[in-house]
Write a protein that binds this ligand. Structure first.
Ligand code: PLP
Length: 406
């Protein structure tokens, strides 16, 4: 029998997408741990807290009540109404329940949006550094990512002139992620309004506003792009339960969009999957309608850890770092350390990819290279880790960097 030939037998669509560096680093860290090495992993993008009890109880009750069957593709009406109410109450957004589509995680919502808006060759503007999955999703949907860089000196936020310069007649989508993974940047209302004034001049482009880290913001609720004058009809707001409620494994997210777009999103979801898990939807209802004290307690812990990470990173010569206003990621700039030689091994660390490989192999600490997020000057550390792990991980990083000559 002829051997399997990926080039002939797999779709070009799958070949166009690479394995995510985050998953690769996380797997390498697990492999080394399994070999008995002491490894501190600061790679994962998920809360280390358990889902609050009341939410788990709501799921158990829904299971016992028999909510285990197919439901409506766009979600159960009670949850869609609760999401609309949440947006009104917390974000100043006026969506009807018919404009909400509940999905198996925000990632599916983003995929639904890409498949709803993009035809082959259409362009999607991604603001680097960006969540790595956007690029693969856009490519799988047939679109072309157009990557626009920002710098640490800009607070990793896109100036309107650079957005204006990135538009072409093929631009169909702009993804704004505030608070941002990996930089933690949050756009103020004024900064969003400045971007909106550019977008207003390009009526065939829509904005996907990914607000999944909304509850992990340290200075109040971040502004929503759809709340900017004139932008409601131009925006799809994506959010979900994963990060704020520590519900990553439950897979529950949503999109909120003008009704014709919401209908298209529902059509895509109905084609690929179906409605989200019905007992998880009832747990999400309990999350959204319940008190926020546990969400706030988790955020307070993230803030403490951010301050701990900031204190340590700032003491490392050659590392540039401003504490992020949101998310649970630190994205220090390490470009001044590149090109230096490790005194212990004699190896020169030329890129952030080499730096992360070296930190893991020789110092037992797993991080993710910024190149995975479109920024080759930085590395990402997740502080969704215990204070003990953070302390040990940062001690190892400091020791590693101190061993670089030059
Ligand atoms: N958007 C961003 C920016 C993320 O970092 C993540 C997860 O890491 C997601 C969306 C996906 O969230 P979900 O778990 O709801 O699919």
């Amino acid at each position: 029998m002829a051997p399997f030939d990926p080039a002939r037998q797999l779709s070009q669509r799958t070949a166009a997408v690479e394995e995510a560096a985050i998953l690769r680093m996380a797997q390498r860290a697990r492999d080394l741990k399994a070999q008995g090495r002491s490894i501190v992993s600061l790679t994962v993008g998920e809360p280390d807290f358990d889902t609050p009890v009341a939410i788990r109880e709501a799921a158990k009750q829904a299971l016992d009540e028999g909510h285990t069957h197919y439901g409506p593709v766009a979600g159960i009406p009670e949850l869609r109404a609760a999401i609309a109410a949440k947006h009104r109450r917390e974000n100043g957004l006026d969506y009807t329940a018919a404009e909400i589509v509940v999905s198996n995680g925000a990632k599916q919502s983003i995929t639904n949006v890409a498949f709803s808006l993009l035809d082959a060759g259409d362009e999607a503007i991604l603001i680097a550094p960006f969540w790595v999955a956007y690029e693969g999703i856009v490519r799988m949907a047939g679109g072309t990512p157009v990557i626009v860089p920002t710098t640490a000196a800009e607070g990793f936020k896109l100036p309107p002139e650079r957005l204006a310069a990135a538009f072409t007649p093929r631009t169909k989508l702009i993804i704004i992620n505030s608070p941002c993974n990996p930089s933690g940047a949050i756009y103020s209302r004024g900064e969003l309004a400045a971007l909106a004034s550019v977008i207003a001049a390009h009526p065939s482009a829509m904005v996907l506003s990914d607000e999944i880290y909304e509850y992990i913001a340290f200075d109040g609720i971040p502004a929503s792009f759809a709340a900017i004058d004139g932008m409601r009809e131009r925006t799809i707001t994506v959010n979900g339960c994963s990060k704020g409620f520590a519900m990553t494994g439950w897979r529950l997210g949503w999109s909120a969009a003008p009704e014709p777009v919401a209908k298209a999103i529902g059509k895509v979801q109905g084609t690929f999957t179906a409605g989200a898990n019905p007992f998880v939807q009832r747990a999400a209802l309990a999350a959204l309608e319940g008190p926020r004290d546990e969400v706030e307690a988790m955020r307070d812990q993230y803030r403490r850890r951010r301050d701990l990470v900031a204190d340590r990173l700032r003491q490392m010569p050659g590392v540039g770092f401003d504490p992020p206003p949101g998310s649970f990621y630190a994205f220090p700039e390490v470009s001044r350390l590149l090109g230096r030689r490790d005194r212990a091994t004699g190896a020169t660390i030329a890129t952030v990819d080499e730096m992360c490989d070296w930190l893991l192999a020789h110092h037992g600490v797993a991080t993710v290279p910024g190149s995975a997020f479109g920024d080759p000057a930085c590395i990402r550390l997740s502080f969704a880790a215990s204070e003990a792990d953070l302390d040990e991980g940062l001690t190892r990083i400091a020791r590693a960097f101190a061993g670089l000559a030059g």
